[in-house]
Structures are given as C-alpha cells and as structure tokens.
Design a protein. Sequence first.
Length: 174
Amino acid sequence: MPRMPRGSAVVIIAILGIVIVAAISFNSFAPRSSPSGNSPGGNPPGGNPPPVIGPQCRGTAACFTDAVTHIVDGDTLDVGSTRIRLTLVNSPEVGQPGYAEAKEFTNRTCPVGTQALVDEDDGQTGGSYGRMVALVYCQGTNLNGELLRSGNAVLVPDFCAVSEFADDAWTGCP
C-alpha cells in the first residue's frame, strides 16, 4: 500500500477536526425536544396544543408571580413590592357601603402569603396613581372575575375599549 505524504495526513486530520467541532456546535444550538418529543413552546405537527395547567399570562406587558403582601381594599393589593389595581373592576372605597365585605372577599381569595400570578393589562401599562393595572390570579382563581361575579365589585366599562381582557367572558364588557 502506498504511503500518504505527511502534509496530506495533516490536512485530512484538520478537516476532520473542523467537521467534528461544527457538528458539536450545531447540536449545542439546535432546538431541543421535550421528553414527549414535542419542541418546547410549540404544538406537535398536526396535533393539538398541550393542555394548559393553571392560569398563564398573555400579551407583552409585565407578568410575574410573587407572594401577596398586603390587601389595601377590594380592588387593590400588594404582590411582592408592587401595588396592583385590578383591571376593569371597582369595589367600594373606605366609608362606602360594601367596603369591608369587598376587602374581606379579596383577603379570602388572595390571603397574604399566597402566591399570585400578575398579568399587567397591555392596554393600561401607564398604571393608575402609581399602581400597576392587572389581572390577578390567586390559587388558580381569577380575582377580578370573582369580585364581579360575587357582587363585591362592578365593571368599569370606560376601560373596555382599551383593556386586553375586554373580550374575556368574565368581564361583561359590551
């Protein structure tokens, strides 16, 4: 068998090295599959989306989970260090009939110390008096919707035209 010149062997080894490094790099940055074989964040080809477990944020505004730290009144609470004004609902203020009941309802639905999911309203990112305007879920329950359903708050229809949640059934927006 004829011997390969030394320079040719070096070139072949260098090319093999480049191919191996390229293959490793490609594999490192290629999309991964979940254990079920579906790519993360996507639906399987021709299939249905995976089931949603609990509430999830949507839109592009802020979204976070933190502990409820203070109940101000029926439609305002602190989640972590952020004061939240519930979107599309209005509960009675201090001194008005129903104030204590609305605040107690919010306290029962989102007790201090429980985890809350806060989904800032994309249509109201400017806030309200220094508060973030948002939809809040506690223990899987839509606090905004439950305040309306229970009669402890009323819809604020003026914001139906701008709220990202206006088309949700819980709102009652026209």
